[in-house]
Write a protein that binds this ligand. Structure first.
Ligand code: PMP
Length: 389
């Protein structure tokens, strides 16, 4: 078959290969980013699906491309409480935040345009943007997120920069949160360089310590922030529902792209989440999810400190699902996985190299703590640590 040029940029994903290993019960997988399935509100969801399917059949009908009005209303109210001034018409319902990345890329990227990202960044964003044939300009990132001085340097050197992609809250893969000062600096630079800012916030509600910082959208002065959120981590990823909020002009265009991609999200799932939000207290649900993940994070960080050599550094995330390990210079986490972690310790993680849009660093690993039981967190890390000393 003669494939389109863009297909040269569409390759197998390291994460997909790892998730395959994750299915073997003998292997403990810190890869992936699965929520704990024991926390899904299965009974409540069954009740809302029952109610929907017992009533009039409208939940089985087509609906507008921007999504079911009652769900958009719920999302807008939740976002307004989070400091984002918006109404139902400012919300587009999408198939998880992932679809927002695909639509955002189609909105602004011509082949050869530049996407500015944190370094490292979310692999799924690279997977979404790659078919649009962009170049990437990675920005130095530390414990306070993207470094504005380096961002300014990168932008001055990137005349074709169009899109700035960031995960400001509990980033994937590092778990790091961008400071308020840097959020403000980022908005100033985006204004100066006329960029679309894609603010991706699937973990925002999963904060375990401290107070929420303002979203970039709430600091947006020129309508250039596209805010993406998701029900995946606070309800269930299999629902495939998230939201996009942007200026009316941008949202109209995104809605046309959504129509082209898949017409609309599934009416039944949108109606189920909307009815769930009518009938149940999702904030109480999120609070119980946070309590479980906070304990798992604490256990992972404590076990890493106990079982790993002192030369291994790791982030202490205040939310989200991941910690990011840094081994001494020269240690190669991909080779270690192939030669030792998988065959000997029977443990997997995501080698850090796949999260770099530019030159990869090989001495990192991403570990997930949400999807494993407490026993497996301790057992897996102890097994891995025993091969590191
Ligand atoms: N963005 C980030 C940073 C993520 O980590 C993920 C999922 N792991 C997504 C987007 C996509 O999530 P979903 O499409 O399920 O909302």
């Amino acid at each position: 078959m003669r494939y389109a040029d863009r297909m040269s940029r569409v390759g197998p994903s390291a994460i997909r290969d790892l998730l395959r290993h994750g299915a073997d019960p003998a292997i403990i997988s810190f890869g992936g980013g699965y929520p704990d399935p024991a926390l899904f509100p299965t009974d409540d969801l069954r009740a809302v699906y029952d109610e929907l399917l017992a009533g009039d059949p409208s939940a089985l009908q087509y609906c507008p491309s921007n999504g079911l009005p009652s769900l958009r209303e719920h999302v807008a109210r939740r976002l307004a409480r989070d400091g984002i001034a918006c109404g139902a018409d400012d919300v587009l319902i999408i198939q998880g935040a992932q679809q927002g990345l695909d639509l955002a890329g189609k909105l602004v990227l011509n082949p050869g345009d530049t996407v500015v990202t944190e370094n490292p960044t979310f692999l799924g964003a690279l997977i979404a943007f790659n078919p649009l044939e962009p170049t990437y300009a990675p920005v130095r990132t530390d414990d306070d997120g993207m470094d504005p001085a380096d961002l300014e340097r990168v932008l001055a050197e990137s005349p074709r920069a169009r899109l700035l992609y960031t995960v400001p809250d509990f980033q994937n893969p590092t778990g790091v949160t961008m400071s308020l000062e840097r959020r403000r600096a980022l908005i100033d630079l985006a204004n100066r360089y006329d960029l679309l800012v894609v603010e991706d916030t699937p973990y925002r509600a999963l904060r375990y310590d401290g107070e929420a910082l303002p979203t970039l959208k709430s600091l947006d002065t020129e309508g250039r922030v596209l805010h993406l959120g998701s029900f995946s981590k606070i309800l269930a990823p299999g629902m495939r529902l998230g939201w996009a909020v942007a200026s009316p002009e941008i949202l109209d265009k995104l809605t046309l792209l959504k129509l082209a991609a898949d017409t609309q999200c599934g009416t039944l799932n949108m109606a189920a989440v909307s009815l769930y939000l009518d009938r149940y207290d999702i904030d109480a649900h999120i609070a119980s999810v946070r309590a479980v993940y906070r304990d798992k994070r604490d256990l992972m960080l404590k076990t890493l400190a106990d079982a790993f050599p002192g030369t291994t550094r790791f982030t202490s995330p205040t939310g989200g699902l991941f910690t990011w390990l840094t081994f001494p210079e020269g240690f190669d986490t991909t080779a270690f996985m192939r030669d030792t972690a998988l065959p000997k310790a029977r443990v997997t993680y995501v080698p850090g190299a796949s999260f770099f849009a530019g030159e990869p660093e090989h001495n990192h690993a991403r570990l997930n703590f949400s999807g494993l039981s407490e026993e497996k967190i301790v057992d897996g890390l102890t097994r891995l640590g025993a091969h590191l000393t």
